[in-house]
Write a protein that binds this ligand. Sequence first.
Ligand code: NDP
Length: 444
Amino acid sequence: MSYVNDVYELVQRRNPAEPEFLQAVKEVLESLAPVFGKRPEFRSAGLLERIVEPERQLMFRVPWMDDGGKVQVNRGFRVQFSSAIGPYKGGLRFHPSVNLGIIKFLGFEQVFKNSLTGQPIGGGKGGSDFDPKGKSDNEVMRFCQSFMSELFRYIDADTDVPAGDIGVGGREIGYLFGQFKKLTNQFNGVLTGKGLAFGGSLARKEATGYGLVYLVEKMMEAKGKSFKGAKVVVSGSGNVAIYAHEKATQLGGKVVAMSDSNGYIFDPSGVDLDLVKRLKEVERRRIKDYCAEKKGAEYHDGCEGIWQVPCSIALPSATQNELDEAGAKTLVKNGCFAVAEGANMPCTPEAAEVFLKNGVMFAPGKAANAGGVATSALEMSQNSQRLSWTFEEVDAKLKQIMINIYTSAATSAEEYGMKDNLIAGANIAGFLKVADAMMAQGLV
Ligand code: NDP
């Protein structure tokens, strides 16, 4: 334990202003403590000290002109965390809350998540404090072009392959890809989440939400539970939340609440997904507007209240630290028996502790939302082969990957004496592959 503590203290000293990064590192390091007893060679190789330090961090100016002719300047980031098992891979987030610490927390998580998928992808993350909300398509395009005019120097299909995340969907990826192509004169798989007409993969849009539900289905099967007839609460109403709703409903669940960053809706008759898709995907409106079109639904300001809605299964799929200890206690009191993180780190450490203590099945984001990046890696494979697989082929591969992730996290947890603790199991399983690769590659 002292090795783990020493490294954590070093990380704290070096990164005092990055609370989300420290939170993510602490959670991983705590679960890795038992590994160093069995594998002392990792310590002499300084493996932890290396793995907590990104291989490369890029920060750059992104100047662009708004529709009023005024110059705006945002900050761009790309953190290339680990290339031990493959090219850096991870999304771009455009949101005003983005800073270096947020990108580092996401990049660090990505290293272990990508390893868990069993595919040859390293970890990275990037983004900007640019807020696409309320911007015209032209403004978003000019911003994306300026962002890529710097980023293109550091990425390539075999080096670093970004994708979407909060605020970066098909529209943004299209503009980014167009600019990359113009600057490099290359048409390759440098970005994933592309449109179907230019190298995108079928089922990529659905992958994170579907994958989340596949993993939860497998996790619940082990305890004799299922989605059939279960009330489900899904926070968020973005890419992950929408497709988690879709698959949970297909498997017999009833989604009764969803949210956005302003508030949540409760619809006892089941949230109408077509209406949510139109409001959020097509018209880019607020979740509040749902109630004007659907009788019997209620809207409440503020997102935290969503955890008061009684449910059996909760899928936090909006953003980090959106579900705290109080929310977790309310879920337990209301009989919730399974929680899985669609978003990255949506549960605070205290909330996760409440779930583990109360025997609630809990799947951490690293395992539960890995379906997105796994399908991005499938998109990379298709691009390399210049082939397109059918929806059914990709979906079947995705499902198998999610089952494998569950099995590998559950097996590692048991092997290290922490049965049913998928947080520890996912961290250990993800870490071991990266660690073995780093050992084999020498001190680099
Ligand atoms: P989207 O931008 O499509 O949707 C995000 C949703 O979360 C929106 O409903 C948004 O509301 C809400 N939200 C954003 N910020 C906040 C906030 N501060 N408080 C409350 N709600 C908020 O993003 P995604 O669905 O792609 O991503 C959601 C989460 O899933 C993120 O944590 C992301 O890192 C993670 N993830 C995504 C993957 C993917 O493939 N897309 C893969 C793996 C993880 P509003 O509309 O008001 O902004």
